[in-house]
Design a protein around this ligand. Sequence first.
Ligand code: S3P
Length: 428
Amino acid sequence: MHVAPAGALQGTTTVPGDKSISHRAVMLGALAEGDTVIENFLPGEDCLSTISCFGKLGVEIQGPEHGRVIVRGRGLSGLSEPDDILDAGNSGTTMRLILGILSGQPFFSVVTGDRSLRQRPMARVTGPLVQMGAHIRGRQGGRLAPLAIQGGCLKPIDYGSPVASAQVKSAVLLAGLFADGVTYVSEPHRSRDHTERMLNYFGANIKVSGNTVQVTGQSRLKGQRVCVPGDISSAAFLMVAAALVPGSDLTIPGIGINPTRSGILDVLLEMGAGIELLNKREEGGEPVADVHVRYAGKLSGVTVAGETIPRLIDEVPALAVAAAAADGTTRIKDAGELKVKESDRIATVAAILRRFGAAVEELPDGLLIMGGRPLQGAICDSQGDHRIAMAAAIAGLVAKGETVIRGAECINVSFPGFAVVLKNIQGK
Ligand code: S3P
């Protein structure tokens, strides 16, 4: 991808549907009774991996076609043994959540993924699932995929997760659907709660109190119509770009602003960005708004830590670009989880920013970004990570000279059409 410095970003643009919600709609749709109709489904590679895995488990799925997917639900006990390996591609959410579901099935299955996913930690999920009674084997003592699962009778557990991870929480809750009794999961900070909201929307018996969620096993799910909001994690790149390029005035309608995901809005506001939320509403159990961003002068550095981190963990690459262009120092702490994303994002964010001439220090649990140095266009590599590629593109818009991003095709994992959207809002 070639990026030239941008003129003001103006007008209105949508972004594709939310990745986390699109995955969950297919999964719960498959386990529900009756049809689930999903609108504004994200046709990114990650969510297509989820569709393909559930197809191999015997679920009839139509689409995506014009954003619509129809899942013919098979009920809690309707999945069938796959005759081939399930491939989650680059998608951690597909692999970790499906592990929860497969643990409850009375059959054998194997899941794998691409090179990046095969290096990502799975023990955080297989650990509690084995405690529930699943038999799971994998490389390095079951810590890495490919993983082989013999599921079956599960017992409920009360699981205290050491990490604030929605994938861990969701895997245990989904396994809990198949257990006999009530399964509890608690976490140190609240992670994204789309699974809880959607389970409730599909009629499961689920309760949330503080940082603990409980689900009653054998709750029946009923197929629903799910309207997927625009993905705040994709919108974040456009929000940062509009906050940095003078003269910008951009509206991004229909964005999910779930409080477990909206940390980026709080932090950009604290940095001085001109952001307003218009037309707030609720769709399918998820809060949604139109996000209006206008250039409001130079941003200032901030400290981001603690409970805010899980609320913007996927937005750190975008935030880091804002920090590099801001006045003063930005410190991102308590974010060791960045090391086990699609790439080691402490290392890859630092490497990308340095290519543009920014001053960055890697911390064991985050980043220190000394903002305000002029950014210079650069030749850089995505390292196969979609959000690193998009962060580099945004940096390229505000840098002097041309930027070339190698391996930018991975953007299709979460934001197909990214380049077209960027061109359209610049009028070129
Ligand atoms: C996700 C949870 C987060 C996030 C990922 C999507 C989800 O991962 O980074 O992109 O859909 O549940 P963790 O559960 O590892 O924090």
